[in-house]
Design a protein around this ligand. Structure first.
Ligand code: ZN
Length: 94
């Protein structure tokens, strides 16, 4: 899986997470939309580039897909800790 980073206006490097093609093709470095059980708000699952699953339910996702605060992979020992942006977040509908 190629990894893609962008640099925003403040010079912060942002890691781009692509939308998974389907729930069954949920590859490393992609995200998939879901609803938070407690709040009913739109959130996402993601897989870090090393293949671990995580949820973004405790993060906020802007309409352009920017996730804040930065995301730490929940897998013990995984070094993934990035500012991330969900590609096609807005375009994908409900
Ligand atoms: Zn990881």
């Amino acid at each position: 899986m190629e990894s893609v980073t962008e640099v925003d206006e403040e010079g912060t490097s942002v890691f781009i997470i692509k939308k998974a093609k389907s729930y069954k093709k949920f590859e490393s470095g992609t995200w998939w939309r879901t609803l938070a059980k407690d709040t009913g708000e739109m959130t996402a699952w993601f897989r870090c580039p090393n293949g671990h699953f995580g949820t973004l339910s405790d993060h906020s996702i802007a309409s352009d897909g920017t996730v804040s605060p930065s995301v730490v992979c929940p897998e013990k020992g995984c070094k993934f800790h990035e500012n991330i942006k969900l590609e096609d977040w807005n375009a994908s509908g409900v």
